[in-house]
Design a protein. Structure first.
Length: 78
């Protein structure tokens, strides 16, 4: 069973990624460093939770985009 993240962690992560997607990648450690320089977090646990969700969110967005291209890219006629 997976972990359930609080909505505030999700909101912070999604706002950060949607605001500047070029700063984040699929690498957790790089995302943690980018978040550390971009914002002030009250605890290490919060920072790591947001960085983890940023990583999952980017992977989810890329797989969704790939799936949409496969679905709609092959069904188009001329």
């Amino acid at each position: 069973m997976g972990s359930i993240r609080p909505s505030n962690i999700k909101r912070i992560a999604e706002d950060m990624v949607d605001g500047s997607p070029e700063q984040f990648s699929k690498d957790f450690h790089a995302n943690r460093e980018a978040l550390r320089t971009k914002a002030e977090f009250s605890s290490k646990k919060t920072l790591n939770s947001v960085a983890g969700y940023v990583t999952r969110y980017i992977i989810k967005k890329e797989s969704r985009k790939k799936r949409e291209l496969e679905e709609f890219g092959t069904t188009e006629i001329a």
